[in-house]
Ligand binder design. Structure first.
Ligand SMILES: [Zn+2]
Ligand SMILES: [Zn+2]
Length: 369
């Protein structure tokens, strides 16, 4: 009995806290079985144009699923550590220099996080995604966005094409059936009855079409959420950290003061140079009892100012939507050497207008995936 409980416990730990491809396989099966049930009934009705676009939209989710699942999400190793250290400056709010991962034994680069499922540190960690059985991070975030985008297209496109086939089948039963708008002379009961005969005509097409139409808002919502995170220049992980800061601010326990741009960096803990075009100009700290910290204790200069709202602090990692997008889609992009849009001053103003974003309810959905 004891052995059984131990085995069950070990199995539970494995399912909950270890990397395993169960959900990935489920996702693959859902895609493949859905297509197997759907295509024979729909394919013969399609024009050459829809056959071409249909083939592309079937292939792309598999391709991006493979690339985001098999690719390196940005695992931090001794070999790439110094490169990742020079990617982003520390913002002295969410990420501070000198913190070492106890498991990996390496200094944590700014924006990195140790994944408790993968048991490794990942650069610009967004979240651990069970659908791809991998972390979403610096190395594969673009593939993950493209996976969401291609799956969103597939479910919407497949749903609309399937509806067309269902409407044709319903029209064979009742020639005056119109899918949209509902004929005004028809009662809802009559309309739904004829529509149901169309769905029942080919159960494979009918059920997969309904499933596609029901999942498409979810996939588009998740895609929209991740585009919104890029717009804000943040990640799922960071937006949760900002939410923690919002709570500190609500309690009156958060303070900021300025960080001189010409400060001397401790090169044991910080890279002398990063490819990011801006550096931290503020330091944010919290105190247990809400009294301002000792002004003599570094870092930063001047008086501590109590902050109440996220609007009062800047997000160092937000360069504006376009540059944030470039950072996601062009690995190792060197902002300093490139002609980036706007000067540092303009960026500062723009950032000041756009406060860091704490998560909304949709975060819970994203975190769950
Ligand atoms: Zn680690
Ligand atoms: Zn992970």
């Amino acid at each position: 009995m004891g052995r059984l409980t131990t085995a069950l416990g070990r199995f539970g730990t494995y399912v909950m806290y270890d990397r395993h491809p169960t959900v990935l396989i489920f996702f693959l099966l859902l895609l493949s079985v859905g297509e197997y049930m759907y295509l024979p009934g729909v394919w013969p009705h399609l024009s050459l144009l829809h056959k071409t676009f249909g083939s592309i939209s079937i292939i792309l989710p598999y391709l991006f699923l493979y690339l985001s699942a098999a690719g390196d999400p940005g695992v931090i190793t001794p070999a790439n550590h110094s490169r990742y250290m020079s990617h982003y400056p520390y913002d002295f709010a969410l990420f501070r220099p000198g913190q070492t991962c106890r498991t990996c034994g390496l200094l944590k680069p700014a924006r990195s996080k140790h994944c408790s499922v993968c048991k490794r540190c990942v650069h610009k960690m967004d979240h651990h995604c069970v659908f791809i059985n991998n972390c979403v991070g610096y190395g594969n975030q673009h593939y993950f966005i493209l996976l969401l985008f291609s799956t969103a297209i597939l479910t919407l496109y497949g749903g609309i094409l399937g509806l067309g086939v269902i409407a044709d089948a319903a029209r064979r039963r009742n020639a005056s059936f119109v899918l949209f708008p509902k004929p005004s002379s028809w009662s809802w009961h009559q309309y739904l009855m004829v529509l149901t005969t169309g769905i029942q005509d080919d159960v494979g097409v009918g059920s997969v079409t309904l499933l596609s139409l029901m999942t498409t808002p979810l996939v588009w919502g998740l895609l929209g959420y991740h585009v919104y995170l890029i717009y804000c220049g943040t990640t799922t992980n960071e937006s949760m950290k900002w939410q923690d800061w919002q709570m500190e601010m609500d309690d009156g326990c958060a303070f900021k003061r300025s960080l001189p741009p010409n400060r001397t960096k401790n090169l044991r803990y910080e890279a002398a140079w990063t490819r990011w075009p801006v550096d931290a100009v503020q330091v944010i700290v919290r105190t247990e009892d809400g009294t301002p910290p000792d002004p003599k204790i570094p870092p930063g200069v001047g008086e501590w100012e109590r902050i109440w709202r996220l609007r009062d602090v800047e997000n160092l990692y937000d360069l504006g939507f376009w540059d944030n997008l470039v950072d996601v889609f062009v690995p190792n992009y060197s902002f300093r050497q490139a002609d980036v849009s706007g000067t540092d001053l303009e960026r500062g103003k723009r950032r000041a207008k756009k406060p860091p974003k704490a998560p909304r309810a949709s975060n819970l959905v994203a975190a769950a995936t």
